[in-house]
Design a protein around this ligand. Structure first.
Ligand code: SAM
Length: 191
């Protein structure tokens, strides 16, 4: 049986990225919320030795966990892990990027009161858009629990207003599950 399931949004994001970008050279990738490092590790493997990943988080614990996961999992260094807030992305990245991932909410196995913030997340997305390559995409996995859906709603309103000639915005959600499963937004350039 297939290990990854479309219904597990994190797996779904990885499957989409693998299909569209796997094997490409010189990819510039961003993990906007590195947390425990699983997405950063995935992106590092996709980037391989020709590409690069820049990862952000505001918590020391997340930076340390990500650093340690990558050091123990891959034997090349194609990543930079930055302790700063993701809306400041343009300070650190000047080149065009192919993919950015946001996995929102709180850091699992840590202080659940430290969460992503809807205004900051929307600002980070806004700052990322001009950096996107023509084949670039932003993947945003959102959750309801940390703020009763405020972040999902703000992101939804913000993304609905993105220029329809320049961007396609896709929304994926499970409609037959209780307990508010995560919801995915994808922004792609309509170049
Ligand atoms: N992608 C991670 C992984 O693979 O383990 C999980 C990310 S976790 C759900 C959300 C993370 O967002 C937390 O580690 C939290 O510290 C981080 N975060 C919250 N606000 C942030 C901000 N303004 N900039 C960057 N990271 C932020």
């Amino acid at each position: 049986m297939e290990k990854n399931k479309y219904g597990k949004i994190v797996d779904f994001v990885h499957m989409l990225i693998n299909t569209s970008y796997g094997g490409k050279k010189n990819l510039q990738l961003v993990d906007a919320t590195c947390g425990n490092g699983f997405d950063t590790l995935f992106l590092s493997k996709i980037a391989g030795t020709t590409g690069h990943v820049t990862a952000f988080d505001i918590q020391n614990q997340a930076i340390e966990r990500t650093q340690s996961l990558l050091e123990s999992s891959i034997d090349y260094i194609n990543y930079k892990i930055i302790k700063d807030s993701h809306e400041k992305i343009n300070i650190y990245i000047k080149d065009k990027i192919d993919i950015a991932i946001f996995n929102l909410g709180y850091l699992p196995f840590s202080d659940k009161k430290i969460t992503t913030n809807p205004d900051i997340t929307c600002l980070a997305i806004k700052n990322l858009l001009p950096l996107l390559n023509n084949d670039g995409r932003i993947f945003i996995t959102t959750y309801i629990y940390h703020d009763n859906g405020q972040e999902i709603n703000e992101i939804n309103s913000f993304l609905k207003k993105l220029n329809k000639s320049n961007y396609n915005v896709i929304n994926v959600k499970l409609i037959n599950k209780e307990n508010y499963p995560p919801e995915l937004f994808i922004i792609e350039k309509n170049a």
